[in-house]
Design a protein around this ligand. Structure first.
Ligand SMILES: [Zn+2]
Length: 335
């Protein structure tokens, strides 16, 4: 039985496996610029965030119908559940679909169909977080929030993702204020490729409750102290950091240093189909590469539930944390 955990940083579009991409391309009559899944996998050798994003957006062309979004989401939940995920807060990028002519209703209702069945089918509770593309305009983000209004009962919070450098959080002040007034929770990617000052800005200007990545907080000791003091969770994605060259090799990842500093760290997969593993694989990888002992792994798992948006189900949160506390690592490899 794997260690129970929550996943708080996963882009549903980033769970699109090459096999499903080709199957959906055939079904929808979409031409992919790759001969087969092998050729596609070879394209996964990224230089940086932008080179990944180029492929990521190109492959999304295969996602067209509600069924496509439901199938994608159900496939993720099945894989995540097999690796011990009991709660998932899932990002999606509506603008990447609406610009291709796919209505936002198709996207949200397709995702929601899989999420509605998730507890019964996979034992995974879920929340949906709608992300805005920061390399698009602030006006487009506001328009997207408006377009999502009829579906807000499906959505727990908003986030900010895509190319970070040159697109500071403050650009999206207005849409974060509007979302806050609608009762939505707030997170944002910050300090992945962008500077530590973007993390401070996301906290002060956007009012985020959780920082996605946040790796570069280490460049500002006052900021680290503040994140520790205010118990602001960071959703770290170590495999993503290596694949997108934010750190050279996993053995150099600052995760242990960040935990030593008292930061509320969680470990997540980001875009697992592209970065070499789902969240259970990520736990295994950091354990091996960074020499984390069982108590450190338990701390990461506990943090994942502490940092989750389970405020409307504190009983579930407490039960899951109790399972982590009682977890016997000797059962890890047993079915
Ligand atoms: Zn991300």
């Amino acid at each position: 039985m794997p260690l129970p955990k929550a996943e708080l940083h996963v882009h549903i579009e980033g769970t699109l496996e090459p096999e499903l991409a080709f199957a959906l391309a055939r079904r929808n009559g979409v031409e992919l610029p790759f001969a087969d899944t092998e050729e596609l996998r070879r394209a996964y050798d990224f230089e940086d965030l932008q080179s990944f994003l180029d492929l990521y957006y190109a492959l999304m062309a295969v996602l067209r119908t509600e069924d496509d979004f439901a199938e994608l989401t159900d496939a993720y939940l099945a894989r995540a559940a097999a690796q011990g995920v009991r709660h998932a807060e899932i990002f999606f990028d509506p603008q990447a679909h609406t610009v291709r002519g796919v209505p936002i209703a198709t996207v949200i209702e397709g995702l929601a169909r899989a999420l509605d069945d998730s507890e019964r089918r996979h034992g995974v509770s879920t929340r949906l977080i709608m992300c805005f593309l920061r390399d698009q305009s602030a006006a487009f983000a506001l328009e997207t929030l408006q377009a999502a209004r009829p579906h807000l009962h499906r959505i727990t919070g908003i986030g900010l993702d895509s190319a970070e450098v040159g697109h500071p959080p403050a650009k999206f002040r207005e849409v974060y204020e509007a979302a806050g007034a609608l009762g939505l929770r707030k997170v944002a990617h910050a300090g992945e490729e962008g500077p530590a000052s973007y993390i401070t800005e996301a906290l002060d200007v956007l009012g985020v409750e959780r920082v996605d990545h946040g790796l570069r907080c280490l460049e500002d000791t006052d900021l680290v102290e503040r994140l520790v003091r205010e118990r602001i969770p960071l959703t770290l994605c170590p495999l993503s950091n290596v694949r997108l060259r934010a750190v050279d090799v996993l053995e150099d990842h600052p995760l242990p240093r960040m935990m030593d500093a008292g930061l509320l760290c969680t470990v997540n997969s980001d875009d697992p189909a592209y970065f070499g593993g789902y969240v259970g694989d990520t736990f295994h990888a950091v354990r091996e590469a960074l020499g984390l002992d069982e108590e450190r792994l338990r701390e990461l798992a506990r943090n994942s539930f502490t940092a989750s948006f389970l405020e409307d189900d504190e009983e579930r949160r407490a039960r899951l944390i109790a399972e982590v506390d009682a977890y016997d690592f000797a059962t890890e490899l047993q079915e």
